[in-house]
Design a protein around this ligand. Sequence first.
Ligand SMILES: *[C@@H]1O[C@H](CO)[C@@H](O)[C@H](O)[C@H]1NC(C)=O
Ligand SMILES: *[C@@H]1O[C@H](CO)[C@@H](O)[C@H](O)[C@H]1NC(C)=O
Ligand SMILES: *[C@@H]1O[C@H](CO)[C@@H](O)[C@H](O)[C@H]1NC(C)=O
Ligand SMILES: *[C@@H]1O[C@H](CO)[C@@H](O)[C@H](O)[C@H]1NC(C)=O
Ligand SMILES: *[C@@H]1O[C@H](CO)[C@@H](O)[C@H](O)[C@H]1NC(C)=O
Ligand SMILES: *[C@@H]1O[C@H](CO)[C@@H](O)[C@H](O)[C@H]1NC(C)=O
Ligand SMILES: *[C@@H]1O[C@H](CO)[C@@H](O)[C@H](O)[C@H]1NC(C)=O
Length: 686
Amino acid sequence: MKKLWWWLSAFVLAPGVAEEVVSSLVESLTMDEKYSLMDGVDNYGFVGTILNISRLGIPAIKMQDAGNGFRTSDSRMIGQVTSWPCALALGATFDRSAAAAFASAAADEFEEENRAGANMVLGPGLNVHRVPRGGRNGEYMSGEDPVLGAELAEAWVAAFQAKGVMTCAKHYVLNNQETNRNSYSAWASERVWAEVYSKPFRHAKESAAAMCSYNRVNGTYSCSNGASLGKLKQVFRGWVMSDWGATQATTVEEGLDQDMPGDDGYFSAKELSEVPTDAIDSAVSRILEPIVRLGLLNQSSACAPGPECDVLLYDVNATSEAHAELALNLATASTVLLKNDGILPIPETATVGVVGSACNASNDLVSAGWNVGNYYVIGGSGRVIPAWVVSVYEGIANKVDNVVASLVDDVDAALALDVDVLVACAGATSAESYDRDTLSLDQEGFLVNLAAAASNVVAVALAPGAIVAPFAPDAKAVTITFFGGAPTGTAVANILFGDVAPSAKLPVTIPISEDDVVAPCEAEDCYYAEDLYVGYRALNELPVMFPFGHGLTYTRFHFEWQTKPRCSTTTTTTTTPALRSRALSIRVTNVGNVAGVETPQAYVTYPPAAQEPPRILKAFDKTPLLPPGASAILTLDLDHLAVFDVVTKNWTLVPGQYVVEIGASSRDLRLNHTFVLLADLLVSPF
Ligand SMILES: *[C@@H]1O[C@H](CO)[C@@H](O)[C@H](O)[C@H]1NC(C)=O
Ligand SMILES: *[C@@H]1O[C@H](CO)[C@@H](O)[C@H](O)[C@H]1NC(C)=O
Ligand SMILES: *[C@@H]1O[C@H](CO)[C@@H](O)[C@H](O)[C@H]1NC(C)=O
Ligand SMILES: *[C@@H]1O[C@H](CO)[C@@H](O)[C@H](O)[C@H]1NC(C)=O
Ligand SMILES: *[C@@H]1O[C@H](CO)[C@@H](O)[C@H](O)[C@H]1NC(C)=O
Ligand SMILES: *[C@@H]1O[C@H](CO)[C@@H](O)[C@H](O)[C@H]1NC(C)=O
Ligand SMILES: *[C@@H]1O[C@H](CO)[C@@H](O)[C@H](O)[C@H]1NC(C)=O
C-alpha cells in the first residue's frame, strides 16, 4: 500500500484574510470574554445561547434545534414554522439538490429577518445507522451509508450556511443508539470509525461546528475524547460543542471548545482559568472562524438574546405557502415505491377503500411530552409539531371522489368495502432518548391478515426508519414514507395515483427478520463486532425484503455504458488529469410508457487485499424527469475509494483489480466493469 498525499491540509485554514481577522479578535478579547464564548448561557428563549461581545462586533450565537426544521420548543411557534419531512426522508431522495432546497428554505425560517434571529441550526444529523431500531434514526440523513450521508451533508451545510445560518453536524461520534446513551461505550475499530461513522462528519467540514455526543467512544466520553476529537479536527476547522449535558469535565485540551447549554459549571471562568492560554485561544479561534467566514461579524442583530427576542421567536410567522409546497414536494420525492404488481398507479376511475386507523392518524402533540412523536414527525429535540397534517385518508379523499373508508384496524370491515383497490396504512413512532422496541409497524397484524385475505391491497407504511414488512409478499403494492411531516397524506396520494413519478430509494435495508440486523446493545460496553459490515454490507449473503437503494417507479430504464473508468491507463506523473479520471458515465434511457426518474448507484468491490465488504456504494446520481424514450447521460465519480490503513494511520489506495457495478439498487445491478488501479494515482482521502 502506498501512502497518499493528505490533500486536506489545503483546506484546513480559511483564506488568509479571515485568519487575520480571527487572530486580531483573539488578541483583543479579554480572558473573561474568551471564556464567555466557550460557555453557553441558559434560559434565553433559544435552545442555546452564547452572549455577544459588541465592542468587537461579535454577535450572540443563537442556537436552535434541529435538522428537521425549526423546533417548536414553545407551543406558540406551532404553525409559524414548516413541518418538513424528516432528515432520513431527505436521505431517501438520494438527491443533493433536494437536500440543498430543504436547507436553503429551512435556513430562511431560522435567520434574523424572517424568524427570531437564530443564527445557528443544531443539525444536520449524520450518524450512519448501525442499529435499525435506533430512536433517532429519523434524524440521521445518512441512512446506512456514509457516502450517501457525506454527499447530502455537503449540499445541506453549504445551502444552510449560504443563508448566514451556521450549522452543527451531530452527534459525533458512534452515537448509534439511544439505549443507555448517556453511558454506553462504543468500541469500534479505527478503520470503521474512519471509513463509516466519521466519514459524513469529515465531509461536513465546512460546518461551523460539530457536536460531541453523550456516549463513550472506546471507553472515554465523546466530549472528553482527545483521540476522537483530534481526528475530527484534522479536517474540520470549526468548533466542537457538547451535546446538552454531555460535558463531563473541563476538557478543552481534549478538544471540547464550547460547553452547552452551559449550566454545568465545567466551563465557568474559574474552571477555564486553569486551562493553558493557548488551548483557550485555539478554542476561541475555532468559534470565531465560521463567524468571520460566514460574514456574521459586525452585522446588526435583530434582537439581543433575552426578552427582546421573544416577539420574533413567538410572534413572527416564518412559514409560507412556498415552504408548504416545497415540503410537499420533498415528502413526495421521499416516498419510496417498494413493490408494485401492476395495481399502481390507481386509475382515477377506480373505487378506492381506505382502511386502517393509521390512514387517519391523529396529530395531537401539543400537550404531549417532549419526546413523543407520531406517524408524521419524530419525538424529541428534532420535533417540529405540525399545526395541521394531511392524513393518508384526507390525501386520497382530496384527490378522487370514489372513496370509501373504514378507518379502524378491522379486516372484516375492510373486506366488506366493495372496492377496486384497498389502501391500508400502518405506522410506527420513534423518538430521542429511547430506541424502538421492534421493527414491526403498530398495525402489522392488520396488514398481514388483510393482505392475506384480499388480492387488491396497497400497503402504506409511515415509518421512522427500517421496518419489517411481513405483509409485503401478499400485498399488491407497498410504499414507505419516512416521517413525511404535515403533507404526508398528499405525498402518499401523489405517488399512489401517479400524479408524481415515484423517485425515492431506500436509504436503509428492509430486512426479512429483526434477527438479521443489529439490535440495540443493552450492555455498557458495546462492541462493534460486525466492523465494516454495517447495514446492507452485512446482508450480502442473506435474502432481504427490500434491499438498500431499492425504489421503483412507473416506467423502466435501460442502462448503458458511455465511458468506463480509466484509472488503469497510466500514472500521475505522465498524464493529464482527464486520463487519470475515475469518472464513469452511463446513458439511462426511459424504455417504458410514462415519464420517470432513475437513480443509478455505483457499487464497488475492492481487491481482496483491501479487506472490504463487497459492493459498497461509492457514487450515485439522479436523472431529471425523463419522458418515454428520452435518455440522460450521468457521470459518477468514484472518488471515495481510499481506505484507512490502520498501520500507517493514513488513507491509502489499495492497488489491484476493482469491480464497479451500476444498478438501480444494491441488488439490481445492470452494468459492470473491472479495472485495475495503480498505486501511484492520487485519490481523495475519503
Ligand atoms: C498521511 O500521508 C501523507 C502523505 O504521505 C502525509 O503528508 C500525512 O502527514 C500523513 N498523515 C498522517 C496522519 O500520518
Ligand atoms: C449585547 O448586545 C446588546 C444589545 O445590542 C447590548 O445591550 C449588550 O451590551 C451587548 N453585550 C455585550 C457584552 O457586548
Ligand atoms: C478502540 O479500541 C479497539 C479495541 O481495543 C481498538 O482496536 C481500536 O483501534 C480503538 N478504536 C479507536 C477509534 O481508537
Ligand atoms: C468590525 O467593526 C470594528 C469596529 O467597528 C472594526 O474595527 C473592524 O474592522 C470590523 N471588522 C470587520 C471584519 O469588518
Ligand atoms: C403562517 O403563514 C402560513 C402561510 O401563509 C399560514 O398558512 C399559517 O396559517 C400562518 N400561521 C399562523 C399561526 O398564523
Ligand atoms: C379520523 O379520526 C378522528 C379522531 O381522531 C375522527 O374525529 C374522524 O371522524 C376520523 N375521520 C374519519 C373520516 O373517520
Ligand atoms: C458483468 O456483466 C456481464 C455482462 O452483462 C455479465 O455476464 C456478468 O455476469 C457480470 N459480472 C458480474 C460480476 O456481475
